[in-house]
Design a protein around this ligand. Structure first.
Ligand code: GLU
Length: 547
């Protein structure tokens, strides 16, 4: 077979000599031990927690070793492409404090290893495929979808390994004449690797996360170039990670089964193999059963979920760190005020199997993390969320920063005896502010006393309320109103003889609270009334009357 002629027929265009690519993308000049890592998502518009999990490891490893973390867009499958997806990846990761040093849509002087969109790299892939055809290591395959399905069905029936290999690799042994006849008939074709492997051979391999693993040599004649002239993931991975000079490929464990293919591709292409680390899947406990997080069932798999729900990014990162590196929590206990970037992240300490992701735990981390912020920082965080996801009313409320700071101080117990940890995320926190503003105040009055009692108490308090009263004077007035309406002014008196009273001062305070906030639980009522001011407080006391 004249493979030179075949290569020129199948890939007719003039392409640069292979050495040119080596010159174009030279070894990176980095210090010894520096790792080059990458995130290589498909532009599907769906960026998930697993991507962040890997990206965190990529970013930490690159930046703690003095290396590079870059973004490559794997857009070989046009069907899955969504507009704006690349911007969304960058924005999402930036939200979590992760920045790329180079790559697609990254404005960087380092961008010397692009293009970073695979579709724009066709000449490189095609030059190498052409070379493999010339060397008799790749061939055209004309099998139709139906033929391949038939073969698969037969293999399944015979309980054999499915795929295109050995006696099933029909086009592997086509004669020159048959090939040219198919071509002249205009039959579409793909290019397959002519595998040199043998499944009798085992390869021992050291995965940086999973440790030593043994895999079976590849014997599948996998497709390397699809009929549209664009490579498959396997081929693009080998070419790109070689020419972008990746030193460490961190990717999901679903790729582990394809590793033998990649080992063979790197070998036939004559490229040095990068190190690999296959991350374990993120799991959750659902009805007592541990299962993989699923795109269909679990909204929390999507990174957008965290932005929209207003999770504090640092809390998400911190929580992910605790599942990424087993020694992170201990380090944090010993270094409570240190920044996460000071933690020495090591790939070897990453979990080998099923990392459990627990939203309740994340909520706890988030609560604690938010409780370390000042009122000003809390305001900024909530305001940023409101600007993007809040309603017009929310944005108008945030324009009044002085009032917002007062409310935040109160809700968070800043300056009080004990810091409160009620804020878990921005979305729910912003809803906690609603009752401070008349346009979002939607009370549901649920008094435990009759109308006459409630109205009497509300009227009496409205008469004596003065916003300049300090907490003590304010409470003395509540007690006075209580006594005037047959309620015990002192809890001790009430406890000693409950039958002598209609209730206690705390019942009176509850009635006032329900009228003013619409809830029977709230932070300090005197402060809330102070924030509202006399006019609005009295208006609420009046509006809270029962008919
Ligand atoms: N495009 C692949 C994915 O999104 C990337 C896998 C890899 O990192 O190599 O799963």
């Amino acid at each position: 077979m004249n493979t030179e002629k075949l290569a020129n027929t199948l890939i007719p265009e003039e392409l640069p000599a292979l050495e040119e690519f080596e010159k174009m993308y030279p070894e990176r000049q980095l210090k010894k031990g520096a790792e080059v890592t990458r995130l290589a998502p498909s532009p599907t518009g769906f960026i998930h927690l697993g991507n962040l999990y890997s990206a965190l490891a990529d970013e930490r490893i690159a930046h703690t070793t003095g290396g590079i973390f870059y973004l490559r867009i794997e857009d070989t499958d046009l069907k899955r492409k969504v507009d704006g997806a690349v911007e969304s990846v960058i924005r999402s990761l930036r939200y979590f404090g992760l920045n790329f040093d180079e790559g697609a849509e990254i404005d960087s002087p380092l961008n010397a290893y692009g293009p970073y969109y695979q579709r724009q790299r066709a000449p490189i892939y095609r030059a190498y495929v052409k070379d493999l055809i010339k060397r008799g290591l790749a061939y055209p395959c004309f099998c139709t979808e139906e033929e391949l399905n038939e073969v698969r069905a037969k293999q399944t029936e015979n309980k054999e390994i499915t795929g295109y290999y050995g006696k099933y690799a029909k086009c592997r042994n086509l004669t020159e004449e048959e090939i040219y006849r198919n071509l002249s008939e205009g039959k579409p074709f793909v290019i397959r690797l002519k595998s040199q492997g043998n499944t009798q051979n085992k390869i021992t391999f050291r995965d940086r996360i999973k440790g030593e693993i043994t895999v079976t040599e590849n014997d599948q004649d996998v497709v390397i170039l699809k009929s549209d002239g664009i490579p498959t993931y396997h081929f693009a991975h080998a070419i790109d990670d070689h020419f972008m000079r990746t030193t460490l490929v961190i990717r999901g464990e679903e790729w582990l089964s394809s590793l033998p293919i990649h080992l063979e591709l790197f070998k036939v292409l004559g490229f040095k193999l990068p190190a690999y680390g296959h991350t374990c899947s993120l799991m959750k406990v659902d009805n007592g059963v541990k299962r993989k997080l699923s795109k269909r069932k679990d909204p929390e798999l999507s990174l957008d979920y965290y932005r929209k729900a207003g999770y504090y990014p640092k809390a998400v990162v911190k929580y992910l760190m605790t599942i990424l590196n087993s020694n992170f929590e201990e380090w944090e206990r010993k270094n409570p005020s240190a920044d996460i970037s000071e933690f020495k992240f090591t790939i070897e300490k990453m979990g080998k199997s099923g990392a459990l992701f627990d939203l309740d735990k994340l909520n706890d981390v988030s609560r604690n993390e938010l409780a370390t912020l000042t009122a000003e920082q809390t305001y900024d965080f909530l305001r940023t969320w409101t600007d993007e996801f809040g309603t017009d009313a929310d944005r108008a409320h945030f324009a009044d920063k002085d009032t917002l700071i007062k409310i935040i101080n109160l809700i968070c117990g800043i300056g009080g005896k004990k810091r409160r940890k009620d804020i878990v995320r921005a979305e729910s926190a912003v809803r906690m502010l609603d009752y401070f503003f008349d346009d979002t105040f939607r009370p549901e009055y649920s008094y435990r006393f009759d109308a006459q009692t409630v109205n009497g108490i509300l009227d009496s308090f409205a008469e004596v309320y003065d916003e300049s009263d300090d907490n003590q004077t304010w409470f003395a007035k509540v007690k006075e109103v209580a006594a005037n309406h047959g309620f015990a002014a002192e809890m001790s008196a009430y406890k000693a003889n409950p039958e002598n009273f209609r209730g206690s001062v705390s019942d009176v305070a509850e009635i006032l609270r329900i009228a003013v906030t619409g809830m029977s639980n709230s932070p300090d009522l005197c402060t809330i009334m102070g924030i509202l001011g006399k006019e609005r407080t009295v208006a609420r006391l009046k509006a809270g009357r029962m008919c």
